[in-house]
Design a protein around this ligand. Structure first.
Ligand SMILES: [Zn+2]
Length: 174
């Protein structure tokens, strides 16, 4: 079952060879549905979500090291941890990954940096999913002004005199 090719908006391949893409200086952009990322979907309210993906592949100068950089913008449904109501969460990831062929003489590099050895095609959705899981806020919440919880008394602290802060600052402003 192909997870991405049925979506007419998406031109993302199911698997990639980042080294081949890097040799060609390729760019991949498209939409990956949340359905294609089961681990991420598991922490969301439903599978109605997606990630807009824009990735650039390159070869680093003088080395057998290949890079993938880009931007991923995800929109998913989660539970607001302040009011416990459903909300739309938008978040962003900026992946920067390095790849080498096994036995490419980059063993020392692989030890001190996060370099991925590529000996078979990589599942693109898994790479994207990993980046999104890292970038996702641990405690998603509505913007304060938009959160229903602020009407249940959480706001009372905000009724202190707004000039109090100004008074405190005055002496240091000279
Ligand atoms: Zn909320």
């Amino acid at each position: 079952m192909s997870l991405t090719s049925n979506d007419p908006r998406s031109r993302l391949p199911a698997t990639i060879d980042p080294i081949d893409l890097g040799e060609r200086g390729a760019r991949l952009s498209g939409v990956l549905p949340l359905k294609a990322m089961p681990r991420l979907a598991q922490v969301c309210l439903n599978e109605a979500g997606e990630a807009r993906v824009d990735l650039t592949f390159d070869r680093s100068e003088g080395h057998e090291v290949y890079t993938m950089r880009g931007a991923i913008d995800a929109t998913v449904r989660v539970t607001c941890q302040r009011c416990l109501e459903p909300m739309e969460l938008r978040f962003h990831a900026q992946p920067e990954l390095m790849f080498v062929r096994p036995l490419a003489g980059a063993a020392s590099l692989a030890e001190d940096a996060e370099v991925i050895e590529v000996d078979k095609p990589l599942a693109l959705s898994e790479l994207i999913e990993d980046e999104l899981l890292l970038a996702m806020p641990m405690i998603p919440m509505h913007e304060f002004e938009a959160c229903p919880a602020r009407e249940h008394g959480a706001v009372k602290r905000g009724t202190t005199n707004p000039f109090a802060a100004l008074k405190q600052r005055k002496p240091t402003e000279r």
